[in-house]
Design a protein around this ligand. Structure first.
Ligand code: ATP
Ligand code: MG
Length: 231
């Protein structure tokens, strides 16, 4: 489904170039669940943003379903992103003045859905996260765990194949965390491809594969140079 080859990312810092990622190679099969771990500042979010077409690599190729998308225009990338990728963030990113159902329906406004189709998809997604009864509430009235479940509903409403999550349980207490883990687990079982960044070992446990960002690159557990234990 996804093939990253020799991806690098660097930023210009005055006259110098600051290298964040180098030689990143990653193959993601359809239906796979990958957890990415690594110290703060190692480049996990940078990598996830590249995977999610929110950011471009400085060099290397990114193939999605066999097509090299590195050369696509911004508009074309946005189109691919809207159709194929759902995002879940640590900070939920819900719009406080919109109701739960309006938040979940927001990404659908960019697609060609009828009003009725939008309503059906929003309700189906909210039902999947167990929050259909909260559809008219404002997000400010929800607990952290409920907010994150609404954010998951928003990510799945357009039924993207790929879900990307950046520390989805980072702001949650133990019970709320378990609710989110259970939902991600069942989405994986239903066939979604999931890539998430986490510090949470309970969450990483449900992944098929754990990878580490280390020394500016992505390594499997057996290739780790530092630590060797937990991060
Ligand atoms: N737009 C930018 N310009 C310059 N440097 C950046 C930019 N975005 C990120 N960085 C740098 O890239 C490095 C990696 O950042 P990134 O956010 O990917 O880390 P992370 O692994 O997600 O960390 P955390 O666990 O704290 O979220 C950091 O040193 C950061 O300062
Ligand atoms: Mg991060």
């Amino acid at each position: 489904m996804i093939e990253l080859t020799n991806i690098t990312k660097s930023y210009k810092d005055g006259r110098e170039r600051l290298s964040i990622l180098q030689h990143v190679n990653l193959h993601i099969s359809e239906g796979e669940f990958i957890a990415i771990l690594g110290p703060s500042g190692s480049g996990k979010s940078t990598l996830l943003n590249i995977l999610g077409l929110l950011d471009r690599p400085s060099s290397g190729t990114y193939q999605l379903d066999g097509k090299d998308i590195t050369t696509y225009s911004q508009a074309r990338l946005a189109n691919v992103r809207n159709r194929q990728i759902g995002f879940i963030f640590q900070q939920f990113m819900l719009i406080p003045r919109l109701s739960v159902q309006e938040n979940v329906g927001l990404p659908l406004l960019y697609g060609r859905y009828s009003r009725r189709d939008r309503k059906e998809r929003v309700e189906k997604a909210l039902d999947q996260v167990g929050l259909l009864h909260k559809k008219k509430e404002l997000p400010t009235k929800l607990s952290g765990g409920q907010k994150q479940r609404v954010a998951i509903a928003r990510a799945i409403a357009s039924e993207p194949q790929l879900l990307l999550a950046d520390e989805p349980t980072g702001n949650l207490d133990v019970d709320a965390k378990q609710g989110v883990i259970d939902i991600l687990h069942s989405l994986h079982k239903s066939g979604k491809t999931i890539v998430l960044v986490t510090h949470d070992h309970d969450l990483a446990q449900i992944a098929d594969r754990i990878l580490y960002v280390e020394n500016r690159t992505l390594v499997s557990p057996d290739k780790r140079m530092i630590g060797g234990g937990t991060i």
